[in-house]
Design a protein around this ligand. Structure first.
Ligand code: NAG
Ligand code: NAG
Ligand code: NAG
Ligand code: NAG
Ligand code: NAG
Ligand code: NAG
Ligand code: NAG
Ligand code: NAG
Ligand code: NAG
Ligand code: NAG
Ligand code: NAG
Length: 497
């Protein structure tokens, strides 16, 4: 779970931040000039009608009014941008605040919107708009950017009329409960760069007609109810650098991947690749890969060792929940950019101390999350203090033996340490000695359940950030009771014996 959270956080880094400059609107857009440009009365009325249909919970539309300093010039209203040259409204940015406790705007989008004939940018995302995605948006034929993500409960799907928006470059309809089949009409939009239909309820097969939007750079279809196989025409999208088809309950071979050499983020989690014996070979051409998520894909190991060191940029490698066997190639720690390595819940074997032992592992400066829980690894937990940026170390559910090295507590960034369900031994009071260790300030989660650790439980008050601590099923004696765990008291620690 923690790994999912981590990846969620990292995802944010990949979200393409689009601002008006990047979109090429900068030459035209302005907040107007009271003395030279005034908004068109017709468009002003349209905006006022639009406002009437919306409850404004966070003051987004306060400046929109028939009274007040700028009541005449709608080009000065918040979220409204007009062309310097013509005074027409060309951008409407009414994005709600995803962090706001309730929705900013709530209600309906009045069809008066279509009076804004020159609109090229429309963002209504992160609000609560009733009903389906309105068909009349298809009349705003100059739109280049349309973001309606996270704002509808559009059971009736994606209106056919959106296929008229021939200038569209960005279409974001994520998280709107959209039902129905894949909107093939959208694949006619030949200028599309960015298409996000993720987290909806689309059904049927993903159609094999991706040849015509060859400019597509970003495609996210994850979390829908698609069936069938991944279409091979995706292989025509040579510009693609972000592709997420996770949780789309499809099966696939990976022949279509070979030419997609621009790919930086590839996520196929829970797509069944059980029959794709050559899956590694199919990835070798993707030399710009930064993030690869093949979790839960039924992957099996091929005879050749797992090799990902071809990509100098790889930062996130997620292969958890597969059927991979053998030892983890040491060469993976030669990837100087590697930040997340998740091989949890496979059948990896070999010695953990061998895997991390090499003195030339360049990943010692980049690795933040090392997740190898629920495998068959043996050996000991060696000194890992060379991995000085490690935040999370999960080795639970292996066959690791020997004592836990004190030096783990010298990794100043360490927040989560899980060594449960191994056969680790040694005295707990040796590990958590009274000697200083900067991880005593950073560690939040420490789980040592189900080992053969002996000794007594020392004072934990030195662990100033600890919120979860579990020692059940060891061979400890002594008592944890009545210790001063001031930092933990407020956050319900769970000390178990
Ligand atoms: C507004 O218009 C006036 C007169 O045309 C001009 O002097 C001024 O620079 C303009 N201001 C802006 C911000 O464009
Ligand atoms: C749009 O606003 C007009 C005028 O307030 C109203 O009569 C009409 O019902 C509204 N339409 C929608 C779809 O909200
Ligand atoms: C759409 O808006 C959401 C926030 O509401 C943002 O996270 C997302 O990146 C936007 N999509 C595009 C394509 O800009
Ligand atoms: C795509 O566009 C072509 C012509 O531009 C049109 O004939 C065809 O019906 C469109 N297809 C869809 C699915 O909208
Ligand atoms: C793709 O483009 C061709 C030629 O422009 C057109 O005939 C065809 O209908 C398009 N296919 C789809 C699925 O829109
Ligand atoms: C990698 O790309 C080259 C050149 O496009 C191609 O010949 C080769 O078959 C590709 N490799 C794989 C494994 O698909
Ligand atoms: C990848 O690792 C293998 C095995 O360790 C090694 O033979 C190969 O030279 C490495 N390739 C690169 C590009 O580092
Ligand atoms: C690991 O291997 C064992 C024995 O071969 C097998 O029973 C088990 O299902 C495998 N686990 C995974 C996650 O593949
Ligand atoms: C990390 O690995 C490099 C070799 O890539 C090595 O020179 C360096 O000493 C290592 N850092 C630590 C702290 O061990
Ligand atoms: C792990 O340890 C258990 C019990 O100590 C043992 O039965 C099992 O064979 C070990 N597995 C491996 C892969 O060493
Ligand atoms: C804990 O065990 C050690 C050695 O087994 C013993 O010397 C010590 O008295 C025990 N302490 C308690 C509180 O039982």
């Amino acid at each position: 779970m923690s790994s999912l959270r981590v990846v969620g956080a990292l995802l944010v880094l990949f979200v393409c931040l689009i601002n008006s400059t990047a979109m090429g609107f900068d030459t035209e857009v302005g907040n107007g000039n009271a003395s030279s440009v005034q908004c068109k009365e017709r468009e002003r009325q349209a905006l006022l009608t639009l406002k009437q249909g919306l409850t404004d919970n966070c003051g987004l539309l306060t400046s929109w009014g028939s009274t007040g300093e700028n009541h005449e010039d709608c080009c000065k209203w918040e979220g409204v941008h007009c062309s310097h040259k013509t005074g027409h409204v060309i951008m409407l940015d009414l994005r709600g605040r995803p962090d706001y406790a309730s929705y900013c705007l709530e209600g309906t989008i009045n069809s008066s919107l279509i009076e804004l004939h020159y609109l090229s940018y429309l963002d209504f995302s992160s609000n609560l708009i009733y009903g389906d995605v309105p068909k009349f948006i298809g009349s705003l034929t100059l739109l280049k950017y349309l973001n309606l993500s996270h704002s509808f409960h559009g059971k009736n799907g994606i209106p056919f009329e959106l296929g008229n928006l021939l200038h569209l470059q960005y279409l974001d309809l994520r998280a709107n409960y959209l039902g129905g089949e894949f909107p093939t009409h959208i694949l006619n939009l030949s200028r599309l760069l960015h298409l996000n239909l993720a987290e909806n309820e689309l059904t049927g097969e993903i159609p094999d007609i991706f040849a015509n939007i060859s400019s597509l750079v970003y495609l996210d279809l994850n979390w829908n109810f698609f069936t069938g196989t991944i279409p091979h025409s995706l292989g025509n999208l040579l510009q693609l650098n972000y592709l997420d088809l996770s949780y789309s309950s499809s099966t696939s071979n990976l022949d279509w991947l070979s030419d997609l050499t621009s790919m930086k983020t590839l996520k196929l989690a829970y797509v069944n690749l059980g029959t794709v014996i050559n899956w590694q070979q199919k990835l070798t051409n993707l030399s710009h890969l930064q993030e690869l998520d093949l979790s839960g894909c039924n992957l099996v190991s091929s005879k050749s060792p797992l090799l990902f060191n071809h990509s100098a940029n790889l930062a996130i490698l997620q292969l958890s929940g597969n059927h991979l066997t053998g030892s983890i190639p040491k060469s993976w720690l030669d990837i100087c950019s590697l930040s997340v390595l998740d091989l949890s819940s496979n059948n990896m074997s070999g010695r953990f101390d061998d895997f991390v032992s090499t003195s030339t592992n360049c990943a010692n400066k980049s690795l933040q999350h090392l997740l190898l829980g629920e495998n068959q690894m043996i050996g000991s937990v060696p000194d890992l203090s060379q991995f000085s940026f490690l935040q999370e170390l999960d080795l639970q559910g292996n066959n690791l033996s020997g004592p836990i090295p004190k030096s783990l507590l010298n990794i100043c960034s360490l927040r989560e340490l899980s060594l449960s369900s191994n056969i680790l031994s040694g005295r707990l009071d040796d590990f958590i000695s009274t000697t200083p260790g900067c991880a005593k300030k950073s560690l939040q989660h420490l789980s040592l359940i189900g080992n053969q650790i002996t000794g007594s439980v020392p004072h934990l008050s030195q662990f100033s950030s600890l919120t979860y601590f579990d020692l059940a099923n060891n061979r400890l004696n002594g008592s944890l009771a009545f210790q001063h765990m001031s930092a933990c008291e407020s956050s319900t620690p769970r000390p178990l014996f």
